[in-house]
Each structure stands twice: as C-alpha cells, then as structure tokens.
Design a protein around this ligand. Structure first.
Ligand code: FES
Ligand SMILES: [Fe+2]
Length: 468
C-alpha cells in the first residue's frame, strides 16, 4: 500500500562532532573516488508493508514465479570448486539447481531434476565424474550432454539432442558465480549496475573465504534481509557498538537497473552514535575501532597513537592503510570510507556485498524450501589473498540449525558473532509479532529516510508481482 503525500525528508541526524555521512565523505582523503561522487538516481515511493507478505504461502509462490525465476541469483564462489567435477546444489525455495565446474575454467548450471522421473540429481557439495541419477541411473556428462540411459531401447524418444540436461544461464563477476533461469533475462553486468565499478577497490576476485556459515532462521527471508537494510536498529539491538559506531547519521541511496536495482547504506565507523554518552568522541571511537580491527584482521598490528587535535578520521584511515599493507603486501586503493565505514550494497533480490576492508563479508538471504516463515541466512568473510601467495583453501560452510547460537562462530567472525546473535535473536519475535498484530493495523510503518531501501524492495515486488 503506497502512501503518496509529500513531506520533507531529512537525510540523517547528527551534530558537528558526530557528523552525518555526507559531511564525513566531503573530508575524505580520496574525494574524487566514484563511491563518493556517483549520485543515486532514484527515490522510492513511500509505502506501508502488509505483514501477509511475510507469511502468506500465495505471496511466497508469487515470489517464486516473478522474482526467483526471473532475477540473477548469486550461486557460489569460484573457490568453492577446487577441481573439475566439483558440484554444489543451490536451493532457492522450491527451486533447485546444480552448479558444476565442468572444465578447468568453465562452470555450468542445470535444473536439479532428472529428465526421467524428476529425482534430484545433486544433494550435497561433492565431486563427480558424471552426473548420475541415484534412482535408475540415467547419466550425463559434466557439460550436461547425455552419457547413458540404462535400457535405452525402452526410451526411443530420448536422443542425445533432447536428452541434454536442462541448463540455465550462468555468469561470473568478482569471483562470484550467478545464475538466471529466465532465458530472456538481461545480462549480469546490467543487473549488477554500479556495483562492479564501486567494488573495484576491494578486488572481490582476489579474496578467499576465511569463514562461512549458513543458518536456518525462524523468519521470512525478507524480514531477515531487512534487518540489514537499515542502521536505525543499532542503538537498541547492538548497544555495545553505540560508543564507536553511528546509526542515525547513516546515508541511504538507491540506483535503478533494468532488472530492479540496488540499495546502498553507508554507516560511518570511528564516530559515536548520537545516543552515546557525552564522553564518547571520535578519538575514543577510533581507538575502539582499531582494537577490533587488530583482534579480527591484524593481530600483529600496533595501535596508532592518535593526535586528538588533528584530523582523527584521516589518522584512522592512514592506520588502516598501513596495517593492510603490512599484512597483505600491497597497497589498498580504497578511499577512507571503505577502510572505516560500513558500506553495504544490496542487489535485488537477495545479494549483499559489504564494500569495505573493515567488515569484508557477503550476505545471501534464501527462502525456505516449503515454509514462508523460515529462511536461510548465509554469511562469508572474504579476506584478501596476500600478494604473491596462493589462496588458502576456502573455509567449509558451517550449517547451523534454528536454535544454534551465533556465538559458536566467534572464532571466524570476531565481534560480529555477537552482532549476528543480536540480529538473529530479533527474527522469531518479528515473525511471531506480525501474526499477533491487530488485523485492522496489519502493516509496518517505515522510516521515510532510514528505511528507504526496505521501501524500495517492496516497490520492486509491487512492480513485478501482479496485484490482485
Ligand atoms: S528418476 Fe532419474 S533415472 Fe529415474
Ligand atoms: Fe544489526
């Protein structure tokens, strides 16, 4: 339900010693960087979101037809496939695909369904010489061409030509593999929009998976995604971050693409929240930031002595550049904001990249196979491959149940384990609470500015899913 009246939209809330994002970026030591200079090109129309979208089976079915079957979908990282013949099943709601490395530098994606009587062909990450159905043994080569049908004489209609596994489009960017099962879809590059240009400075293709989990969530996939599309919740949900991380000073932007669009949030680090105690300031916030970076990424680094009279943000960025080079053997080309702040790029519908050296992670939000009230939340830490070194083997994905604690992943995720535990703890409450709402008030009330990426996502759903 769209609410169209005109109101003045304030773009964040700060004060001189706790500035909003725009004021910080203006002082950045690489002010001509595209991340800072490129202007967003869209504003969503304001809307309230019907809670049924988060639990209604019919709505979930519409998402399958009009979103999951139409959009480019992040499927895997190239480093997941060490050898030719490695394959991974990709489940998205009721849909399932096989992603396979069929040759040294080639990947393919197929519908994960046997052409005989429909059995799934791949249920786990494994390595195979051929794709063989576990039921009656129909068998395909790694490129999807038909290899063998036991008792082929009884299937005179099946030929090499029509017996090829049903293939879907696959393309790659930044070490990530994407698929699209719409034969008429536009190119991946178009879907990614501004992202490749903006993410150039973090070289996603030059990274490896250092930690990885996938957790079953008791909430719809959109509720889970929306927990990361705004920083408004930081003060209440993550009180430990208030002394050194902003919330209402964050900046939100939107870019359209022919397929949908992207949202970006920039939430400055090294600056206290507007809700922090008065003794918190950019110096204390920067010391807290350096301690976290040291404990997570740079154990051998020395914490810098800050000059409180100087430009503290520049000192923080210079420190991060220095320790990045010491650890990785090369310079970072990133502007200050990539070294200090939380820059999240959300690509419709469910792919999120943090373009930052502080929190270098990828998110994916996946609908459950059968239940719209459940979903999967997947996170990877992508560390830079140090110059002149082979990439370490990727960390295996840790599969977590709905009741498993995120604190169990503390080793790989450092302070984020606590943050994720706080975020995921909200999810069953929001899912249950949406059912408990007064039926006469069964919708959310979104912030005009801080929740505009959430608004934009639902605008896209409205554009793609026929209204009843
Ligand atoms: S269902 Fe696959 S071979 Fe029969
Ligand atoms: Fe959070």
């Amino acid at each position: 339900m769209s609410v169209q009246e005109k109101v003045e939209i304030k773009k964040g809330h700060g004060r001189p010693d706790r500035p909003i994002t725009k004021e910080l970026l203006e002082k950045d030591s690489k002010p001509d960087h595209i991340i800072i200079t490129e202007q967003p090109d869209a504003i969503p129309s304001y809307r309230q979101i019907d809670y049924k979208r988060y639990y209604d089976q019919d709505y979930a079915d519409q998402e399958v037809e009009h979103v999951w079957r139409k959009q480019w979908l992040y499927a895997a990282r190239e480093e997941d496939f060490a050898n030719v013949g490695d394959r991974i099943p990709l489940n998205i709601g009721p849909l399932s695909f096989i992603i396979i490395r069929h040759e040294k530098n080639g990947y393919k994606a197929f519908y994960n369904s046997c052409l005989h009587r429909g059995s799934m062909l791949c249920t786990e990450h494994d390595n195979v010489a051929t794709i063989k159905c576990p039921y009656h043994g129909w068998e395909w080569n790694l490129d999807g061409s038909l290899n063998r049908i036991p008792g082929h004489w009884d299937f005179p209609d099946v030929t090499k030509l029509n017996g090829h596994l049903r293939e879907v489009k696959l393309d790659r960017w930044g070490g990530c593999i994407f698929i699209n099962c719409d034969p008429d879809c536009g190119p991946l590059s178009e879907w990614l929009g501004i992202l490749p240009e903006h993410a150039k400075c973090v070289e996603l293709e030059n990274r490896y998976t250092a930690a990885h989990f996938k957790k079953l969530m008791r909430a719809n996939w959109k509720a889970n995604l929306e927990a990361f599309q705004e920083s408004y919740h930081l003060t209440t949900t993550h009180p430990e971050a208030v002394p050194f991380n902003t919330d209402q000073q964050a900046q939100y932007e939107i870019w359209r693409t022919p397929q949908g669009g992207l949202g970006r949030s920039i939430t400055p680090g090294c600056v206290p929240s507007m809700f922090a105690e008065e003794d918190a300031n950019m110096v204390t916030a920067t010391y807290a930031f350096m301690e976290i970076m040291k404990s997570w990424h740079y154990p051998d680094a020395e914490i810098a002595e800050l000059d409180p009279e100087g430009d503290v943000r520049k000192q923080a960025a210079d420190w991060h550049r220095k320790v990045f080079k010491e650890k990785n053997g090369r310079e970072s080309e990133a502007p200050d904001t990539v070294l200090l702040d939380s820059l999240l790029y959300f690509v419709f519908p469910n792919f999120t990249v943090w373009v930052t050296e502080a929190v270098p992670i990828l998110y994916r939000f996946l609908p459950h196979e059968t239940d719209p009230e459940m979903s999967y939340f997947e996170v990877r830490v992508l560390r830079p491959i140090p110059a002149g070194q082979e990439a370490p083997p990727p960390a295996p994905c840790r599969h977590m149940g709905a009741d498993d604690s995120m604190l169990d992943v503390a080793e790989g995720f450092n302070f984020l384990a606590m943050v994720f535990s706080q975020d995921t703890g909200n999810m069953p409450l929001i899912q249950r609470g949406m059912h408990a709402a007064d039926p006469g008030r069964g919708h959310s009330t979104l912030g005009r500015y801080q929740e505009q990426i959430v608004q934009f996502w639902h605008q896209l759903f409205d554009e793609k899913i026929p209204q009843k």
